[in-house]
Design a protein around this ligand. Structure first.
Ligand code: OSB
Ligand code: MG
Length: 368
């Protein structure tokens, strides 16, 4: 059989609360959903490229262009159905990993649905429940931040990540740590620092952080290695890790002790699993990062995070932390204190709600 039809929607969903990082503040998220059809079955994927090229060089429009002009025609021309075949063939195109991952994820969901099994089983994930965590943006004041962290802890989250940037770092960590001495706390800089900031970064060792994520620019593995030698807190890389090769370079150079895996950033689950397996063999723990996905991308992440070497709590929170009305039914919720159950239906195991998707859709294109 072959894929008969592919639909891509561009959506915009407002956040329940603005999200501010070292890149700036946003009030909503623009992303695309990919639907692949074969026989009576269909699979869903999410492309996490954002509106502006801040976190990554990709944008919603570059991803749309690459899917429309290159990846969708590749699927039809070569009759690709298996996600592994797609990953291999799509590798002829450089970069554009988020675009590739969006389509590969849809093929994974389709494959698992045809087999009548949850995706986690296809990946070999043993965990039925994953450890949740919440990523807190920069707020207008430290008291707003502490209140928001308190709110998330009341909801049952046990691991909190706070976004930092120059001027919002040691004081933010101190404020949260003072009020909540025992929680699992970590910080994410999204590349906002440079080697000249070494002393500020080293001062964060005082706050007993689980890790500090991506202090320096994505391509700066060398300076990360220097920082990791001088800092007690484990460095975790996010933006720097684009593939198995970059993961291997980072680990061999000592640029980090922990790796954040995002399926979109590395170009799909095939590459994500290679990185996972390599890190496992090296004794380097990983965890699953998030891109404020809607329930479709989030469900995909839950299945990926069921793999053995996801050893830290993940940036995976309930639907209501992100969106008032998620586009899946049922909404994703905490299953216990600080945990989320991996859906156990076929494929991603959550049902996309077509009417809500249509309401949020800015544009739809159908390819046959
Ligand atoms: O750096 O981890 C990041 C969101 C968008 C872009 C980059 C990042 C994030 C988050 C959100 O921290 C994590 C989540 O989806 O809960
Ligand atoms: Mg990050």
């Amino acid at each position: 059989m072959a894929i008969e039809r592919i639909e891509i929607d561009l959506l915009r969903l407002p956040y329940v609360h603005f999200f501010e990082t070292s890149f700036g503040r946003s009030h909503d998220r623009t992303f695309s959903l990919i639907k692949v059809f074969e026989g009576g079955a269909c699979g869903w994927g999410e492309c996490v490229a954002e509106e502006a090229p801040l976190y990554s060089g990709e944008t919603t429009e570059t991803a749309w262009h690459v899917m429309r002009e290159f990846l969708v025609p590749l699927v039809f021309r070569k009759g690709l159905v298996e996600p592994e075949d797609f990953a291999r063939e799509a590798a002829v195109f450089r970069g554009n990993r988020m675009a590739k991952a969006g389509i590969e994820l849809a093929l994974w969901d389709l494959k698992a649905k045809k087999a009548g099994r949850p995706l986690r089983e296809l990946y070999g994930g043993r965990r039925a429940e994953i450890e949740a965590g919440v990523s807190c943006g920069i707020e207008d004041s430290l008291s707003d931040l502490v209140a928001r962290v308190g709110d998330y802890l009341d909801q049952g989250y046990r691991r909190i990540k706070i976004k930092i940037k120059p001027g919002w770092d040691a004081a933010a960590c101190a404020a949260v740590r003072e009020r909540f001495p025992d929680i699992m706390l970590q910080a994410d800089a999204n590349g906002a620092y440079a080697l000249k900031d070494l002393e500020v970064l080293k001062s964060l060792d005082a706050y007993d952080l689980l890790m500090i994520e991506q202090p320096f620019a994505p391509y700066d593995l060398w300076d990360h290695a220097r920082l990791q030698r001088e800092m007690a807190t484990p460095v975790c890389l996010d933006e720097s890790v684009l593939s198995l090769d970059t993961a291997r370079a980072a680990v061999e150079m000592g640029s980090c002790r922990v790796v954040n895996i995002k399926v979109g950033r590395v170009g799909g689950v095939v590459e994500a699993r290679r990185i996972h397996d390599y890190c496992e063999a090296q004794g380097v723990p990983v965890w699953c990062g998030g891109m404020l996905e809607c329930g479709i991308g989030r469900a995909h992440n839950l299945h990926v995070a069921s793999l053995e070497n996801f050893r830290y709590p993940n940036d995976l929170s309930a639907s209501r932390r992100y969106y008032k009305e998620d586009v899946v039914d049922p909404a994703i919720e905490l299953s216990g204190p600080g945990t989320i159950r991996v859906p156990d239906g076929p494929g991603i195991g959550v049902n996309p709600v077509e009417s809500r998707i249509a309401l949020a859709s800015l544009r739809r294109e159908i390819f046959k």
